[in-house]
Design a protein. Structure first.
Length: 261
């Protein structure tokens, strides 16, 4: 049986990925900082409480694995919503650490397992904020752009070993976590929540948000043999983002905004 590891896998997009991979016949491992959310996951899943931005935690998890066929590096936080001059350095560092360094650490320790098997797939959850700039969200956008650069480099480094690497870029994802983003942006921009929501939706040709299941379905495809020649790609699952409106903000969502994972 193939094995998948999903970081920030206990809720949101990560949890949707877990269910989708389970339905596809995978053995599901999830890592998350939220013990309560992990406890609510299916008993059949292998559940591990770790900080995905802590190298000791990550190494300890991978030391237990032995086999890994698919890695979904999905951990991330939204970071601060503020103009650049009001962003505190500590908040910047935390956002970059969880998003970019979390993906780096997962890939660092997944690579030897996959190299020994001469196969594998790594999928990084970036964002459409990693494709466009994102006013009032500089740390998040910078981290998400960095994750795409990381993925492109991994695809070149690991391709000779039969390992594929891709990035999924969700747009605005329906759910309670996106509501938090909408409310924070509304406060920062002096707008209503509904005005910000309309700006996100208007920024897509399909005039809609996406759902966690849409992201999960793409992750399963990228981890499958059907994508055996797909590598180094940035794939937006966002209803087609058009040029962002700098007043209303781009159609860029968050993937798994958990406090520290």
């Amino acid at each position: 049986m193939k094995r998948v590891l999903i970081t920030a896998g206990a809720s949101g997009i990560g949890r949707a990925m877990g269910h989708a991979f389970e339905a596809a016949g995978f053995e599901v491992w999830v890592a998350d900082l939220d013990a309560a959310a992990l406890g609510d996951c299916p008993d059949i899943w292998a559940k591990h409480q770790i900080d995905c931005a802590d190298e000791g935690d990550v190494k300890g998890l991978f030391d237990q694995m032995g086999q890994l066929d698919v890695l979904c590096a999905n951990a991330g936080i939204a970071g601060p919503t503020a103009l650049i001059e009001h962003v505190e350095l500590d908040a910047w560092r935390q956002c970059v650490s969880v998003n970019l360094e979390g993906a780096f650490l997962a890939a660092k320790y997944a690579s030897p397992l996959m190299k020994s098997a001469k196969k594998g797939a790594i999928t990084i959850t970036s964002s459409t904020a990693g494709i466009y700039g994102y006013p009032n969200r500089a740390p998040y956008a910078a981290a998400k752009w960095g994750m795409i650069g990381l993925m492109k480099t991994l695809a070149m480094e690991l391709g000779p070993f039969g390992i594929r690497c891709n990035a999924i870029c969700p747009g605005a994802v329906e759910g309670p976590r996106m509501e938090g983003v909408l409310n924070r942006e509304a406060a920062a921009k002096g707008m209503s929540r509904d005005e910000v929501y309309a700006g996100y939706a208007a920024g897509t040709s399909m005039r809609s948000f996406v759902e966690a299941q849409d992201i999960a379905d793409m992750a399963v495809f990228l981890g499958s043999d059907g994508a055996r020649r797909v590598s180094g790609q940035v794939i937006a699952v966002d209803g087609h983002t058009e040029n962002p409106d700098p007043k209303l903000g781009p159609s860029s969502g968050s993937e798994a905004e958990v406090p520290n994972d």
